[in-house]
Design a protein around this ligand. Structure first.
Ligand code: OSB
Ligand code: MG
Length: 368
C-alpha cells in the first residue's frame, strides 16, 4: 500500500461520569482521531490515546499533533508499505513518542486488514471469538459509592474489578470492599502514587487476595518494583513502565512484575504489542489489555488485540455505554455478561459514524 492522505481530527467528547485517578480527574475525552487513505481510496482508522495533560505519561495531545505533523506523517505519506511492521522500522530512529507512533501503526494495521478483506483480529493472529472484560473504577467520594458501583458492574457481569488507589484511599477501601465482596476478582491500580517508603502499607494490601497491584511505584522505574515484588505475595503488574519488548524482557528478568498490562498506545502500536504478546505467551506471563478511556475506534483496536491467545486475563475494555452518551462507531461496543464478541468483518470491524465524528470535532487538518 501507499498512503496518499492522512486526516487528523481533534475531538472532544463528554464522559458520562468523571474518572478520577491518583494523578487527576478527567471530565471529558480530548483526543486525536486518525484516518489514513491508500491509493484506492480505502481508509484505515485509529485513535491516539495521549491525554491533554502530561500526568499519566509525558506525551500530550499537542505533543502528539506536533510529532505526527512534523515527523511521522511525512515519513508515512507516499512510502511503499507491504506490511504494517515495516512502519515501525521507518519510525525506529525517532526516540520515544510511543503514542504518536502507535496511532499511525494502528491505522496502517486496520487498512492492511481491510486490503486483505480480513478482520484486524485475524491478521494479528487472534483466535478468540469472544473476550472477557473487566472495569476500571475511579476514585469516588466515598467507599459506599464505590461499593454501589461494584455491585452494579457485578450485576452486569463484568469479570474483573480494578479499583484506583492513592495514599489515603487504599487499605481501608480494599478492606471494606473485600468484606462485602469476598470472592470477586479484585485488583488495585496506583498509577505510581507510592514509593518504597510505603513498603508497610503496600504489604498490608497483600492480605486481600488481590489478583495484582498495578504500577504502585514510579512511572519510569523497574528497580524499586523488583524490590517490592520480592517482598509481596501479590503479583505486581506494570503499566506506565513498559514501552517495548525490551522493557518487558528487562522487567521480567529483574523480577519487577509478574503480569503486564499491554496498552497498544503506550508501546508504540500493534507491531510492538504483538512482539510483547508472543514473548509472554511462550513464557506463560499473563497479559491483559489496558484502557485509556478510549472512544469506539480505540476500543475496536483493543478488542482485536485482546483476541490474541496470550491475553489471558480480563482487560479494561468495557462497553461504550459506561463512558459515552453516544459513541462514534456503529454498532457501539456492547459487553454482555462481561464478554465482547470479536467482530469478523474486515478491519477493526466497526463502522465509524461520520455524523458523530463531525459533531465532536473541534479542528481537523488534511495532509497529502
Ligand atoms: O492506568 O490504566 C490506567 C485511564 C487513563 C489513564 C490511565 C489508566 C486509565 C484507566 C482507565 O484505568 C481504563 C478504561 O479505559 O476504562
Ligand atoms: Mg494503569
Amino acid at each position: 500500500m501507499k498512503i496518499k492522505q492522512v486526516n487528523l481530527r481533534h475531538l472532544k467528547m463528554d464522559l458520562l461520569y468523571p474518572f478520577v485517578t491518583s494523578f487527576g480527574a478527567e471530565y471529558d475525552k480530548d483526543f486525536i482521531l486518525v484516518e489514513i487513505m491508500n491509493e484506492d481510496g480505502l481508509v484505515g482508522w485509529a485513535e491516539n490515546v495521549a491525554m491533554p495533560t502530561p500526568y499519566y505519561n509525558e506525551e500530550t495531545v499537542k505533543t502528539n499533533w506536533h510529532m505526527l505533523e512534523d515527523f511521522l506523517i511525512p515519513i508515512l505519506l507516499n512510502s511503499e508499505i507491504h506490511h504494517p511492521d515495516e512502519l515501525a522500522e521507518k519510525f525506529a530512529h525517532i526516540r520515544g513518542n510511543y503514542m504518536a507512533k502507535a496511532c499511525l501503526n494502528m491505522a496502517v494495521w486496520d487498512l492492511y486488514a481491510r486490503e486483505q478483506n480480513a478482520s484486524l483480529a485475524s491478521v494479528l493472529g487472534g483466535t478468540k471469538k469472544i473476550i472477557d472484560v473487566g472495569v476500571s473504577i475511579g476514585i469516588k467520594d466515598s467507599i459506599e459509592a464505590t461499593l454501589d458501583v461494584i455491585e452494579q458492574r457485578r450485576a452486569e457481569g463484568y469479570k474483573r474489578f480494578k479499583l484506583k488507589i492513592k495514599p489515603g484511599w487504599d487499605v481501608e477501601l480494599i478492606d471494606k470492599v473485600r468484606k462485602v465482596f469476598p470472592d470477586i476478582p479484585l485488583m488495585a491500580d496506583a498509577n505510581s502514587a507510592y514509593t518504597l517508603a510505603d513498603m508497610n502499607l503496600l504489604k498490608a494490601l497483600d492480605d486481600y487476595n488481590l489478583m495484582m497491584i498495578e504500577q504502585p511505584l514510579a512511572y519510569n522505574d523497574i528497580i524499586d518494583h523488583a524490590e517490592l515484588q520480592a517482598n509481596l505475595k501479590t503479583s505486581i503488574c506494570l503499566d506506565e513502565s513498559i514501552h517495548s519488548l525490551e522493557d518487558t524482557k528487562k522487567a521480567l528478568k529483574l523480577g519487577s512484575c509478574k503480569i503486564i498490562n499491554v496498552k497498544v498506545g503506550r508501546v508504540g502500536g500493534l507491531t510492538e504489542a504483538k512482539k510483547i504478546h508472543d514473548y509472554c505467551l511462550e513464557r506463560n506471563v499473563p497479559l491483559w489489555c489496558g484502557g485509556m478511556l478510549e472512544a469506539g475506534v480505540g476500543r475496536a483496536h483493543n478488542i482485536a488485540m485482546t483476541a490474541m491467545p496470550g491475553f489471558t486475563l480480563p482487560g479494561d475494555t468495557a462497553g461504550s455505554s459506561l463512558y459515552w452518551a453516544e459513541d462514534i462507531i456503529e454498532p457501539e461496543v456492547i459487553a454482555e455478561n462481561g464478554t465482547i464478541t470479536v467482530p469478523t468483518t474486515p478491519g477493526m470491524g466497526y463502522e465509524v459514524s461520520m455524523d458523530k465524528v463531525k459533531k465532536y470535532t473541534l479542528y481537523s487538518k488534511t495532509y497529502r
